[in-house]
Design a binder for this molecule. Structure first.
Ligand code: NAD
Length: 250
């Protein structure tokens, strides 16, 4: 039910943060992984993964550029021998600024990476999965898929869109054996949140809001991603699973 040995996954944004944690967890579970990322950091990843013989491939690409995205997907699929069982859309960006100070360029970049790239990669992987008759697509939402953001208007708009994208693709593809779900991480200990964590006012406010009274770790998210990739979740689709220490329950 939870056996992922021999499965093949594409993980975007796998060079660091939550993406890397999922690369590590899937590798440890015996999954052959192809990472798509823009960062050279991913070329050091194979040194960090020594658990087993499962291969980890890296494809450098810019998911803000749609041609680069398509080429990267093609390369990743080739490296995986033409099969993709799992797609994890983890690459994302955030700019924290009051709405009046957000440039339209920044707005467009945020929506292009956090939404458009997820849509296009999901379609490319979905086409392969439909041929195979099965597949798992896991999108990274956020607690801001549900709550309004504060000084993160483009980001919260993009994560709200991820929730609707996840449900809509699930509606269309569930009958083809493809489950499309999203994870909603809360406040996680990653570089995306370094500024927030170090903010002397907002940092303690955030921690006080979390019922679990601690920030989340990348491993907290990886466990739920493994569940959503395994056959244990074959009847779970079109949903958003919070991994937030209880924040959305308040
Ligand atoms: N960290 C959190 O607290 C948190 C909370 C909720 C949701 N999320 C979501 O989880 C996902 C991962 O977050 P994270 O904290 O690991 O982020 P991160 O910033 O640590 O990592 C993002 C990764 O995406 C890659 N990337 C950025 N732009 C790219 C591009 N144009 N093309 C290809 N790759 C690109 C980066 O190189 C990096 O490896 C994001 O979608 C984020 O919105 C994170």
């Amino acid at each position: 039910m939870f056996n992922l040995n021999g499965k093949k996954a594409i993980i975007t944004g796998g060079a660091q943060g939550l993406g890397f944690s999922m690369v590590e967890a899937f590798h440890n579970a015996g999954v052959e992984v192809a990472i798509i990322d823009i960062s050279d950091e991913m070329f050091n990843i194979s040194n960090k993964l020594i658990a087993n013989e499962a291969k980890v491939h890296v494809v450098k690409g810019d998911l803000l550029d749609i041609e680069s995205l398509r080429q990267s997907f093609k390369e990743a699929l080739e490296k995986l021998g033409g099969t993709v069982n799992i797609l994890i859309n983890s690459a994302g960006l955030i700019e924290r600024k009051p709405a009046f100070e957000v440039s339209l360029d920044s707005w467009d970049r945020t929506l292009a990476l956090n939404v458009t790239a997820v849509f296009e990669l999901s379609r490319l992987a979905g086409m392969e999965m439909k041929k195979q008759g099965s597949g798992k697509i896991i999108n990274m939402g956020s607690i801001l898929s549900v709550l309004g953001g504060f000084n993160a208007v483009a980001y919260s708009t993009s994560k709200g869109a991820i929730l609707q994208l996840t449900k809509s693709l699930s509606n269309e593809w569930a009958a083809d054996g493809i489950q499309v779900n999203a994870i909603a991480p809360g406040y996680m200990l990653t570089t995306m949140n370094t500024d927030l964590m170090n903010d002397p006012v907002r940092g303690p406010q955030v921690e006080a809001r979390i019922p679990a009274k601690r920030w989340g770790t990348p491993e907290d998210v990886a466990g739920v991603a493994l569940f959503l990739a395994a056959s244990a979740s074959d009847y779970v689709t079109g949903t958003l699973i919070p991994v937030d220490g209880g924040v959305l329950g308040r």
